[in-house]
Design a protein around this ligand. Sequence first.
Ligand code: SAM
Length: 223
Amino acid sequence: MPHYYSENNDTLKSNPKEIAFSVNGTNMRFITDHGVFSKDRFDIGTEVLLKYLTISAGDKTVLDLGCGYGVIGIYLGKKYQLNIDMVDINKRAIELSKKNIILNDVEVNVFQSDGFSNISKTYDLIVTNPPIRAGKKVYYQFFKDALSYLSNNGSLITVINKKHGASSAIKYLESIYKSVEIIGHKKGFKVILSKKWLTIWQGYDIILNCRNTRFFVFILLFQ
Ligand SMILES: C[S@@+](CC[C@H](N)C(=O)[O-])C[C@H]1O[C@@H](n2cnc3c(N)ncnc32)[C@H](O)[C@@H]1O
């Protein structure tokens, strides 16, 4: 049975339509169709993700992993001067993204890829509203593989609802990334920022805390 995360949805009748909405004050239009994620409306998870997503000064290259019909990548392309790639396994979503890039007059690259299979570069930022329905196996693999496609200062930003297992996803991310923090939450959705490496200041903080803890134990033992 075809899903929004199927590679090929050719057996599904095509019935394209246009939807329009504003994201944080940026107006956009999208052609959507049967067989793609959230074809009728702007998804709430994506909305919460884009509400809290911030672009750092060092972010030059961005990947929208699992782009669907292109909301995240096109929004970032309209708002910032970035080099953006968007990928999805779903060929229909890729064709719609190509049309939507033109419709919104942005410069963004889009190509089909099963996870990172067709990707051969690294990014400063990887953003994903993960395919929860495809199962943990698929999106935990996204989180793990993203490490190999992030630059050393790179970050992964994702969004998960607590009813879809945000807590266990955070634990998993903490087991593989150097730092993980919740940068925003709304309507049960948590926006999670995971960093490949610590910044100098975060490292300094950890050393300081560690020193203070040792100092405290020393006082307790020898008072
Ligand atoms: C929750 S949707 C998000 C779509 C879009 N980014 C948005 O926020 O509206 C997840 C997307 O991941 C895609 N996806 C699922 N499995 C994938 C895989 N193995 N490789 C690439 N994309 C995949 C689905 O086709 C779907 O478009």
